[in-house]
Write a protein that binds this ligand. Structure first.
Ligand SMILES: C[S@@+](CC[C@H](N)C(=O)[O-])C[C@H]1O[C@@H](n2cnc3c(N)ncnc32)[C@H](O)[C@@H]1O
Length: 349
């Protein structure tokens, strides 16, 4: 056996061990039925964003959420899927977002961009300011905007196989296009679309063994590229986005969840990524958005601590969604989340 094949075999063995550990963690998560919707950056536990099938409904907070309605969406029936799989992704919210959206707004801001599920479906008419603390993610969106065909050309060289995956995972590049292609490829083919890096900042999520009819849809790359042309993209903390917010703007906020739903408390690992202190910073950020005469929409966990923190001025609306975690045959349940907004009912769509 060549030294290259030996290295791959050893890597595969290590990954199988990690996979087994991840599967065990997944079982724990399923038992807790709570942690499936949290942002994954550097998250050492798996999130099943890509395995979740959802339906949503909205009820005033505190009311029983049984009998969920799935009303016809006003935003448009065709859901534009993002290219990236992102834990905590809000594709499921899109079809009911029209309940919260103001009829008109000026510029749009999304400082926890993730996969961009909300932006790509909202397609704001005016200028958009999109940011995230994850620089690889921002580079990927920037390259999709600037040179979708260049990114696709690199992606054409990659195959969705264990060998290709681990080889590509080992590579680094200084070319923004190559970096974007590597990030997108690993995101699509890794375990559950997780994003996790080690202390050295190296991506270390194992191969996902996920098969696709079509790994990349070139038309989608070009469509999303066009949509991104109206946006300013940058990498940074959410507070930095305040400088662009003006009267009449809309700010959509989807932070990582620090506490999980209803009965459970702190999300063990997310607390390191987005702490309770960060949630408090977000409260002051929202106050500043409000004082500028702008509107905000915030999604967060349905938990009393979140209601107490963010609900001083705006009553939370409970959004519930049914979900299947882990795909076919797995447990079905309902997860409730909160939406806070200063958009009045009369001025929403
Ligand atoms: C729940 S995800 C957003 C998901 C997104 N709405 C979607 O549909 O894909 C939260 C995002 O916040 C980013 N993030 C974490 N801490 C941040 C911070 N302090 N400032 C800005 N972004 C942050 C993460 O990198 C992650 O992409």
């Amino acid at each position: 056996m060549s030294s290259h094949s030996q290295a791959i075999t050893t890597a595969n063995r290590i990954q199988s061990r990690i996979d087994r550990q991840l599967t065990a963690s997944t079982k724990n998560l399923r038992n807790r039925a709570s942690s499936s919707d949290h942002c994954a950056s550097m998250l050492p536990l798996p999130c099943q964003s890509s395995d979740i099938e959802n339906e949503t409904c909205t009820t005033p907070a505190g009311k029983a959420s049984s009998g969920c309605r799935t009303d016809e969406p006003l935003l448009g029936t065709e859901l534009e899927k993002p290219i990236l799989r992102w834990a905590g992704g809000k594709s499921w919210l899109v079809k009911h977002l029209d309940r919260f959206l103001p009829k008109t707004f000026n510029n749009y801001h999304e400082p926890f961009l993730g996969s961009g599920a909300i932006f790509f479906n909202l397609r704001p008419g005016n200028k958009s300011f999109l940011s995230d603390v994850n620089s690889e993610l921002i580079n990927a969106h920037s390259q999709i905007r600037e040179d979708p065909d260049g990114v696709l050309q690199v992606l054409e060289r990659f195959r969705n196989t264990v060998d290709d995956y681990y080889q590509i995972r080992e590579t680094t590049s200084s070319s923004p296009t190559e970096k974007a292609a590597r990030f997108i490829f690993l995101n699509r083919t890794c375990f559950n679309g997780l994003y996790r890096v080690n202390r050295e900042g190296e991506f270390n999520v194992p191969y996902g063994f996920k098969s696709y009819k079509q790994l990349f849809d070139p038309d989608r790359f070009r469509r999303l590229s066009e949509l991104l042309k109206h946006a300013t993209l940058w990498c940074g903390d959410f507070e930095d986005s305040l400088s662009n917010v003006r009267e009449g703007d809309l700010v959509f906020l989807d932070p990582p969840y620090t506490v999980s739903h209803i009965k459970n408390g702190f999300v063990k690992y997310n607390d390191k990524l987005f702490s309770w202190g960060d949630q408090k910073r977000l409260v002051s950020f929202i106050e500043k958005v409000r004082s500028r005469g702008a509107r905000y929409i915030l999604t967060n966990a349905n938990h009393e601590s979140i209601r107490d923190l963010f609900g001083r001025k705006d009553t939370p609306i409970t959004v519930c969604r049914s979900n299947v975690i882990g795909g076919r045959g797995a447990a079905r349940g309902t997860i409730e989340e909160y939406v806070f907004t200063n958009v009045n009912r009369e001025e929403s769509l």
